[in-house]
Design a protein around this ligand. Structure first.
Ligand code: GLV
Length: 324
């Protein structure tokens, strides 16, 4: 009988990473890439010692009650709002995530989405594809300036800082930020970022970038009241998590042009998208792909695998999440 720990890989990932894991574990992979229901996931995990998850599988008390052997869940994502940390702690299950390896790639995407939104690239492309382009017009898809404008960042962790550097050093932007805690002065200087209160951040933003984790406290951090504080010319970019923005309030603000445009990579209740967001033209929509380059997704899968390997070998994950 095999003495290797048993692990579940909850979604299809790179075959080479599955093979690497198979050298250490008895692996059950999800080759059909089925998005299991919570009940199906619990049934798959019932006899497993560890799991590699992708951020969409909820790990909570009802599931943990059915998985008595489980010791670690390694998320292939930096965000871990799919973990009920208190329930995991109570069940003696460690969580890990994949910080650092995706920081620069995710910041690149944040900037790409900012530029696509400010410069109305999706609207313009749809227009061209629809055969509507007849001739030049002075105001055709005239958007908002990026260089030299004010970039406002809500949430100033690693990704927020990487976006600040791009804005300040690459595009000559004035960078403002708001965060639970203020950065050390050296880091503020390096990012050329000025700390302001949330209301000031909203009021002064030409482009507001959301990069904060999703928690009970950040639920609807941007709702009707916050949108009302923003300039009618401003853009809003969300590469953080669905639920941080009240999508219904945002769709209404976009429809009424109370802000100019939005770029959204994440949605409340994704993969469903609020139907009114699909109707308004001034929004760029992408399916949660901010970290999706081949190299970065491979690095994330390898780090999640390394967390499992290190945990079962040394009793410690490389990048555990805060379990308090
Ligand atoms: C993606 O959303 C991640 O948290 O890594």
């Amino acid at each position: 009988m095999s003495t290797k720990p048993r692990i579940l890989i909850a979604r299809r990932i790179f075959p080479e990473v599955v093979q690497r894991l198979a050298q250490h574990f008895e692996v059950q992979a999800n080759d059909e890439d089925i998005a299991w229901t919570p009940q199906e996931l619990a049934a798959q995990l019932a006899d497993k010692d560890g799991a590699l998850t992708t951020g969409s599988q909820r790990i909570d008390a009802p599931l943990l009650a059915l998985c008595p052997r489980l010791k670690i869940v390694a998320n292939m994502a930096v965000g871990y709002n799919n973990f009920d940390v208190a329930a995991m702690r109570a069940a003696g299950v460690l969580g890990s995530n994949t910080p650092d390896v995706l920081t620069e790639t995710t910041a690149d995407f944040g900037f790409a989405l900012l530029m696509a939104t400010a410069r109305r690239m999706a609207e313009a492309e749809h227009y061209l594809r629809a055969g509507l382009w007849q001739n030049w017009r002075y105001d055709m898809f005239a958007g908002a300036e990026v260089h030299g404008s004010t970039l406002a960042i809500l949430g100033m962790g690693r990704i927020g800082q990487a976006i600040a550097r791009r804005g300040a050093h690459g595009f000559g932007m004035r960078v403002l930020y708001h965060n639970r805690s203020r950065l050390a002065p050296e880091l503020e200087a390096e990012c050329r970022a000025e700390y302001v209160g949330k209301d000031e951040l909203l009021a002064r933003a030409d482009h507001l970038m959301l990069v904060l984790p999703y928690t009970q406290q950040s639920h609807h951090a941007i709702g009707a009241a916050e949108l009302a504080r923003m300039k009618p010319t401003a853009t809003l970019i969300n590469i953080a998590r669905g639920g941080i923005v009240d999508d219904a309030a945002l769709a209404q603000a976009l429809a009424e042009r109370r802000i100019a445009a939005a770029g959204l990579d994440v949605f409340e209740g994704e993969p469903a998208v609020h139907p009114e967001l699909l109707q308004v033209p001034n929004v760029v929509l992408t399916p949660h792909i901010a970290s999706a380059t081949v190299a970065t997704r491979l690095a994330m899968a390898n780090l999640a695998a390394d967390n499992l390997i290190a945990f079962f070998r040394d009793g410690q994950a490389l990048t555990p999440v805060e379990m308090t």
